[in-house]
Write a protein that binds this ligand. Structure first.
Ligand code: SDX
Length: 428
């Protein structure tokens, strides 16, 4: 049986091929829709029903709460693999053997020194600058300091871009944090692994010897693995769209950082804590805020609840929730804001509005709680998300470029004024 979809309109029938993916998802290929129908297009604001590409990187099933990278379950990867092992898998398609992982790690370490002149750009920011804005700008500045990599076409050139970005991005993120804290800038220490190095750069100060905490490191590595890729979310679609014009990897990732910043997307982890603080300041009446979230006339939404795709539960949230409980117990954290979070979670999960609309805590609800318990400033929460998401953005950009996908250019349905004549000023 051929997979054909038929569209009938105004007495005419149009046939379109139907593609079936390896997980039996079904897609109507409408590449020829406009041409074969004399101009008909589809309309799907927010693209909830529209596939932008075919991809081999991540499969997620929102109804069943399934998330796999290159066929491997997120539950296994988060618990059994290292951050760079998962990054290698997501970017290149296979779990690395020992030799491949060592080479990838060493190539990244070799590129972890950041050009000193980037400090001049950092100095230009006010101390209060949000680190996501600083990170986006400093990432874009790599196009100037590595201009030979702004126009890449070979796999070797793309690999060189990738290892440079993987090496420098955590440094730029730590420098954005240091700007806010007023502390000296730390350089990468290549004797440390990727996560230890990141934590050292964020926390080390000259007056006291830096000592890592294995509990914090384990929680951070698991958290960042869980964030690595999530198919065509808002920021990843941004990276693909910008990259489709053949803009450089650095420029495309800078755009992805900006898209992730929004409170409806990656900025939700910061918005979760700000919401919890607001509830605490307001007297801690969780019910009052749940009723505000349910009130259609009130723009307030429960940050950290709901998801564009997951309509039952976010598998990452289940893994993080377990980790959050362990970290809070291990670190002996006794934080009234986190008590409000637990009360909010329990109440919302029983409330018919949230149950019926399947609005459950998402990855950002629990990651905000862990980051706070780890002592990370709230402005840095989304920066941590960006560090986690970097391998996924890179993988999706690389797949799009190696597949020579066309430049993205959606159409629109025009609903404005029809033709009218110019009115001279004297007659307005
Ligand atoms: C991330 O796409 C990804 O993969 C993203 C991400 C990734 O890894 O890249 O998973 C990361 O961005 C997670 C989401 C973080 N955002 C938040 O926590 C912000 C709060 N959540 C909402 O803004 C909202 O849930 C969205 C934006 C996440 C999803 O919005 P949708 O697609 O509009 O949600 P929906 O269609 O499922 O909404 C169904 C109903 C609507 O009401 P009705 O129109 O049916 O009456 O539920 C309501 C919504 O108004 N609703 C909420 C709500 N989220 C949805 N009501 C109150 N509080 C909420 N949080």
């Amino acid at each position: 049986m051929s997979n054909i979809g038929i569209f009938e309109f105004q007495g005419k029938k149009y046939e379109f091929p139907v593609e079936i993916g390896t997980e039996n998802e079904i897609a109507i290929d409408i590449k020829k829709l406009r041409g074969s129908t004399g101009g008909i297009i589809t309309l799907d604001p927010g693209f909830k029903n529209t596939g932008s590409c075919k991809s081999k990187i991540t499969f997620l099933n929102g109804e069943k709460g399934i998330l796999r990278h290159r066929g491997y379950a997120i539950e296994d990867l988060a618990k059994k693999a290292s951050f760079l092992e998962v990054a290698y898998l997501i970017i290149f398609g296979e779990l690395p053997n020992k030799k491949q992982l060592e080479k990838f790690e060493n190539d990244i370490k070799e590129k972890s020194l950041v050009d000193e002149e980037i400090k001049d750009i950092l100095d230009g920011f006010p101390r209060s600058a949000h680190p996501m804005g600083v990170l986006s700008a400093l990432t874009a500045s790599l196009t100037a300091f590595h201009s030979h990599l702004t126009d890449v076409h070979s796999e070797e050139e793309i690999y060189s871009s990738i290892t440079r970005l993987m090496g420098k991005f955590p440094v730029l993120a730590a420098w954005a944090h240091a700007k806010n804290e007023g502390t000296p800038l730390n350089y990468a220490d290549n004797s440390l692994d990727y996560i230890d190095n990141l934590l050292m750069m964020m926390y080390k100060i000259p007056t006291t010897p830096y000592k890592g905490n294995p509990v914090i490191k384990k929680a951070m590595e698991e958290l960042l693995i869980l964030h690595q890729d999530h198919e065509q979310n808002c920021s990843t679609s941004t990276v693909r769209l910008v990259g489709s014009s053949h803009a450089s990897l650095f420029a495309s990732i800078s755009a992805g950082v900006s898209a992730l910043w929004g409170p409806l997307h990656g900025g939700a982890n910061q918005a979760v804590i700000e919401m919890l603080e607001a509830i605490k300041e307001d007297g801690g009446d969780v019910e009052k805020f749940i009723n505000k979230a349910k009130d259609k006339n009130d723009p307030f939404r429960l940050m950290g609840f709901g998801h564009r795709v997951y309509k039952n539960f976010d598998p990452r949230a289940l893994i993080i929730k377990e980790s959050a409980d362990a970290v809070l117990a291990e670190l002996g954290v006794d934080d009234p804001t986190l008590e409000i979070a637990k009360h909010l979670e329990e109440t919302a999960l029983k409330d018919p509005y949230f149950v019926e609309k399947k609005l459950f805590p998402n990855v950002d609800f629990y990651s905000g709680i862990i980051y706070r318990a780890l002592g990370i400033p709230v402005e840095m929460f989304t920066v941590m998300f960006a560090i986690g998401r970097l391998p996924g953005w890179i993988a999706q950009w690389r797949e799009m470029r190696l597949n020579s996908e066309p430049i993205g250019r959606p159409r629109q349905l025009y609903i404005g004024e029809t033709k009218r004549d110019y009115v001279p000023m004297s007659k307005r």
